[in-house]
Structure formats: structure tokens, C-alpha cells
Design a protein around this ligand. Structure first.
Ligand SMILES: O=C(O)CCC(=O)C(=O)O
Length: 266
């Protein structure tokens, strides 16, 4: 059965996105952000990029800038990170989850293609393990093959004991600014080469099952006085939550209680 892998946000439903991710290993939803939100977010990120170094290795990209500790640096993702469509997809695929790696990725002119990888290979799990990571790539420029649109091998999320070869065909996540590509952590993908003269801005909001450690330690990255001001669901996604029954407790209690209340020592 073929499923749709591209929707307009106004027609996108959780079941359709999950079906595409399960069948093909990705789903693109156009128009998740308004033109106004794209413009405002991009302006904020460009300010941050003014203070952000280029990458230190092939994976980060020597001509690419990456904004880590995103929730310490901008408020523009507080709502996108808890978007109802996104949370609905995460509820179905992961159940209990946290933010793992929220990262701005500005692929500069002349950058080479990033090596193909599976996001969940950072965890020592068998190849045929169920998805423990769901990633979303948010476009703040029109993504095209030429400017480094993410490349992904459809169906590769079903592979076990197999790695990509030169014969495998990619799709390029070509999509207008304001779109989002959803993909599971076991799909082979990577940033594309940028052969244009302009950098490409995207942001990944990557989530991981709550029984695993997130890639970035948000409890240290995001100052406590900032966390106090955030929506409760976002606080939970930044680590102030448990995996039932009590993984992640603090002093025997739910971590939410300690956002504004330090642990008593006596
Ligand atoms: O920038 C992209 O298109 C993808 C980046 C990526 O997959 C990563 O850095 O893990």
C-alpha cells in the first residue's frame, strides 16, 4: 500500500504522519509555521549565529554553524516544540519522551554532504530495535537539493544488519520554509552538500524515549530562572519529568517540584 508522504499542515493528521513514517521512513508537512513566524525566528537565529563558531569535525561540518543549547538562547521554539501534531506523533511512536538534541543547523556555501547516519545509533541498541528517537527538521529557508536539503534513504528505517551503499537512492527533503520533515531515529539520512552561494538554515527538534538519556543535558543548559517561565509541557520535555514509575526522581519526588524549590539538605 502506498501512503502519502507530504501534507499541507491544514490537512495533516497524526495518523497520516505516523503511517508515512512507518511505511516510508519520513513525512513532510508544509506550512507548519506561518511566513511571519519563519521571518521572526530566522531573524532571531541569525543574531545567535553571529556568535556561533563553525563545526569542529566532518559530522558538524567545517562550513556549518550549529546552535546548541537552543532553549537557553531563543524563545522561538517554545511553542513549536509542543505543537499538537508533533506531540501526537511522539505519543504514538515513543509514548514517554523528552527533547534530546534541539539544534540549529546553518549549512554554509561549499559545505560537503554530511555522512549518512541513524540518529539512534548513539545508543548501544540492536539494529532491529524499535524507534527510540523521532526527529523533526524545521526549514527556515526553502530547502532544495542544491542548498543542502536533508537527504534520506526511504525505507532504510526497516534495515537490519545493513548499511547504505552507492546504489541506494535518496530523497532530498525539498520543502518551502515553514515546513517540517518528521523521521524516525532508525532512518539513514544526513545533511546535503550546499553548492549554492547562500547558507541553509534548519533546526532539528529531536526527541528520545524517556528511559534513555537525551543527547544534550538541558537541565544544565537552560538556566533555572528561564525554565520557571516556560510552559509546563516544555519543562517536562526539558527533563523535569519521570519515566514511569519513577525514573528521574529528585529526592524521592517528581522533578517538577524542584524547578523553583531547591532540594532541602536538612
Ligand atoms: O542538517 C541536516 O539536514 C541534517 C543534519 C543531521 O542529520 C544531523 O546533524 O544529525
Amino acid at each position: 500500500m502506498t501512503v502519502a508522504t507530504r501534507f499541507d499542515a491544514k490537512d495533516a493528521a497524526v495518523d497520516g504522519v505516523v503511517a508515512a513514517m512507518k511505511a516510508e521512513g519520513y513525512c513532510i508537512v508544509e506550512g507548519m509555521l506561518s511566513k511571519k513566524a519563519v521571518k521572526a525566528t530566522k531573524a532571531d537565529l541569525l543574531d545567535i549565529l553571529g556568535l556561533t563558531p563553525t563545526g569542529r569535525n566532518d559530522f558538524e561540518g567545517y562550513k556549518t554553524q550549529r546552535i546548541y543549547a537552543l532553549f537557553a538562547k531563543t524563545r522561538m521554539f517554545d511553542q513549536p516544540a509542543i505543537d499538537p501534531l508533533l506531540l501526537g506523533v511522539l505519543d504514538q511512536i515513543l509514548g514517554y519522551y523528552q527533547l534530546s538534541a534541539p539544534v540549529g543547523i546553518f549549512i554554509g556555501p561549499g559545505e560537503a554532504a554530511q555522512g549518512l547516519h541513524k540518529d539512534q545509533s548513539v545508543y548501544p541498541l540492536p539494529d532491529d530495535f524499535a524507534p527510540v528517537v523521532v526527529n523533526t527538521m524545521w526549514a527556515f529557508d526553502d530547502f532544495a537539493q542544491a542548498n543542502g536539503a536533508t537527504r534520506l534513504i526511504p525505507n532504510s528505517h526497516k534495515w537490519t544488519e545493513r548499511t547504505p551503499t552507492a546504489k541506494d537512492k535518496f530523497i532530498y527533503a525539498e520543502m518551502p520554509a515553514g515546513s517540517v520533515m518528521f523521521y524516525p531515529g532508525n532512518a539513514w539520512h544526513g545533511g546535503g552538500a550546499n553548492t549554492t552561494g547562500k547558507a541553509r538554515l534548519g533546526v532539528i527538534l529531536e526527541y528520545v524515549s524517556a528511559w534513555l538519556r537525551p543527547q544534550e543535558n538541558h537541565v544544565l543548559a537552560v538556566p533555572r530562572d528561564v525554565t520557571e517561565t516556560l510552559p509546563e509541557r516544555l519543562q517536562e520535555l526539558l527533563g523535569y519529568n519521570i519515566f514511569p514509575p519513577f525514573v528521574g526522581y529528585v529526592d524521592g519526588r517528581h522533578p517538577r517540584r524542584y524547578i523553583s524549590e531547591p532540594v532541602r539538605r536538612t
